[in-house]
Design a protein around this ligand. Structure first.
Ligand code: 13P
Length: 256
């Protein structure tokens, strides 16, 4: 089955809402309508920018989706400083990244927490982008596949039926994030194929449908080769998504 690649820009904790508006306007100018023929695109600004970006996307009928970088698993309540999936849904957010390695490493997010967030996102009719990936130490000690397998099984455990098939998994090896060191296309393909085989053990029919992105130092120069791999269905882009021209070149990878 043909899976439409999803190219997502994770801005992380960068750009205030004025800068965010400028970036999406530039991005919309850089991208041509035919760029969206073969791929889906999403931008993931910080929470404080979401409303501004949503307004611009709506007003100018921009064709990319709106994404968040995180959310809480509960719908409302005494969770000072948190943002709920219901609030994001109300703002027409399409995608929510959950379990990014920075959140797992710096904010103590376990597979159980990630699974609860993924379910909350899917329940609010948004698409979770569930991140998994091994550290350098885990790769060097030959544990990469088993670590990623445990993350996939644990983080997707809450999702059944359509909620599972619509989920996006992002394979982001920790050692490739923000380092300029990309996984080779064949290593990335091997792990993404492994992830698909793990999903097959959860629900056979879901494996062919779930989109698996690669993330970690993706740029215009390496995007084409990575995304030509049979099990890689797009990219989760950090640094290169902060520059409209660079991100647009990643999005139009099929032309390069
Ligand atoms: P970089 O593209 O900057 O390596 O970041 C990857 C990432 O963490 C996207 O979520």
């Amino acid at each position: 089955m043909a899976r439409t690649p999803l190219i997502s820009g994770n801005w992380k904790m960068n750009l205030n809402h004025f800068e965010a508006i400028q970036l999406v306007q530039k991005l919309s100018y850089e991208l041509r309508n035919h760029d969206y023929d073969k791929v889906e695109v999403s931008v993931h600004p910080p929470f404080t920018d979401l409303r501004s970006v949503q307004t611009v996307i709506d007003a100018d009928r921009m064709l990319f989706g709106l994404g968040a970088q995180n959310c809480h698993a509960e719908t409302s309540g005494a969770f000072t400083g948190e943002v709920s999936p219901a609030m994001l849904q109300k703002m027409d957010v399409d995608f929510v990244i959950v379990g990014h390695s920075e959140r797992r490493a710096l904010f103590g997010e376990t597979n159980e927490i990630v699974a609860a967030k993924a379910l909350a996102v899917a329940t609010h009719e948004m698409t979770p982008i569930v991140c998994v990936g091994e550290t350098l130490q885990e790769r060097e000690s030959g544990e990469a596949e088993s670590v990623v397998e445990a993350q996939v099984l644990g983080s997707l455990a809450s999702l059944k039926g359509e909620k599972l098939t619509k989920t996006v998994v992002a394979y982001e090896p920790v050692w490739a994030i923000g380092t300029g060191v990309t996984a080779s296309a064949s290593d990335a393909q091997q792990m993404c194929a492994h992830i698909r085989s793990v999903i097959e053990t959860i629900k056979k029919s879901a494996a062919e449908e779930v989109r698996i992105q690669y993330g970690g130092s993706v740029n215009a120069a390496n995007a084409g080769e990575l995304m030509s791999m049979p099990d890689i269905d797009g990219a989760l882009v950090g640094g290169a998504s902060l520059d409209a021209a660079s991100f647009a070149r990643v999005v139009s990878f099929q032309d390069t």
